[in-house]
Design a binder for this molecule. Structure first.
Ligand code: DGY
Length: 325
């Protein structure tokens, strides 16, 4: 039997490319050539290959124009990500194209990344590392680079999904008190003692650290704006490992410069890979290049999850395991 054609937009871990090649007529992009940045190029390759499926990744422009240009042969788009804000789900649905994502397997790794950023911001780790690398460290000093402890502080989790709950579990081990804001209150077993807030003002005014875990898209665009930053307690920390568009960059940079926000840690940016210029000169912000799920174990698990979905639909002829939209 001829294998269905699968177009991979990005270089994926070796084990995933090998499994893709075993299951499908896989058209890989093992050199990570940048055609994946161009929706027209993705559609043209899909048409040329008569692809039955596309395995894309976070940031690929799978917008309405790209989806409209896809050949009729494409039945499923499996994204190597939990986030789907790079895909126009309505456009895919209108064309009868199934979309799947990779939930659950990256929750722990992403929470680890949020924890890393929180600790780095609290303990001024980025500043310290820069001093050492610049050969500018003059030796231990009683008042050098004093940060703040997170012990006993209130961690506010915005978006208490799987990632938020993993972070809560980690932060309890640091003796932090957990608060959360969510579209709805969780059952008490999932809440595990965390304090639910039903208003932004109550939530932001109660916490010392804000960790953002909300999806991107128009509904959450610039959620953390000047007004909400002003509701936060002076000296608070901000961490974002969700999507960059949820932060008003100019407002956060102003708050960091003024010291109202003591420090921030970001892993995601509006318009990645561009990073807001106003952050680059600030010492009190830690900037990571979207590393949330970047562990060897997690990236393999994400790839297998994407392939499980493709296999279920294209080979077993059944329903996708993790449909979205
Ligand atoms: C996701 O899965 O949405 C991440 O942002 C990429 O790891």
């Amino acid at each position: 039997m001829t294998k269905p054609v699968l177009l991979l937009t990005r270089r994926l871990p070796d084990a995933i490319e090998a499994r893709a090649a075993a299951l499908f007529d896989a058209r890989t992009n093992s050199a990570d050539d940048p055609w994946f940045r161009d929706g027209a190029a993705i559609a043209a390759r899909a048409a040329q290959a008569r692809a039955a499926a596309i395995l894309c990744a976070a940031g690929d422009p799978m917008d309405a124009a790209t989806i409209a240009a896809l050949p009729a042969s494409v039945r499923i788009i499996a994204t190597f990500s939990v986030g789907t804000d790079h895909i126009d789900l309505a456009a895919a649905k209108a064309r009868g194209i199934t979309v799947t994502n990779t939930p659950e397997v990256l929750s722990f790794a992403t929470a680890e990344c949020a924890l890393t950023l929180m600790l780095m911001a609290a303990r001024r780790a980025g500043e310290g590392e820069r001093i050492v690398r610049a050969r500018a460290w003059g030796g231990w000093a009683p008042t050098q680079l004093m940060g703040v402890t997170v012990q006993g502080k209130r961690l506010g989790i915005l978006g208490m999904g799987r990632i938020g709950r993993e972070l809560a579990a980690m932060a309890r081990g640091l003796s932090m008190e957990i608060h959360y804001r969510n579209t709805r209150r969780l059952p008490s077993a999932l809440e595990a003692g965390a304090v639910f807030h039903d208003s932004d003002a109550g939530f932001l005014g109660a916490i010392d650290v804000l960790s953002m875990h909300i999806p991107g898209g128009e509904a959450t665009r610039k959620w953390l704006n000047a007004e909400r930053l002003a509701l936060m307690r002076p000296g608070s920390l901000v961490v974002n490992t969700g999507r960059g568009g949820t932060v008003d960059d100019a407002a956060l940079a102003d708050a960091l410069r003024a010291g109202h926000i003591r420090a921030a840690g970001l892993d995601v940016y509006d318009g990645e890979p561009r990073v807001f210029e106003g952050y680059l000169g600030l010492e009190n912000i830690v900037l990571l290049p979207h590393l949330g799920s970047a562990t060897i174990e997690t990236r393999d698990a994400m790839g297998h999850r994407a392939l499980d979905n493709l296999e279920a639909v294209l080979i077993a002829g059944g329903a996708p395991l993790h449909p979205v939209g």
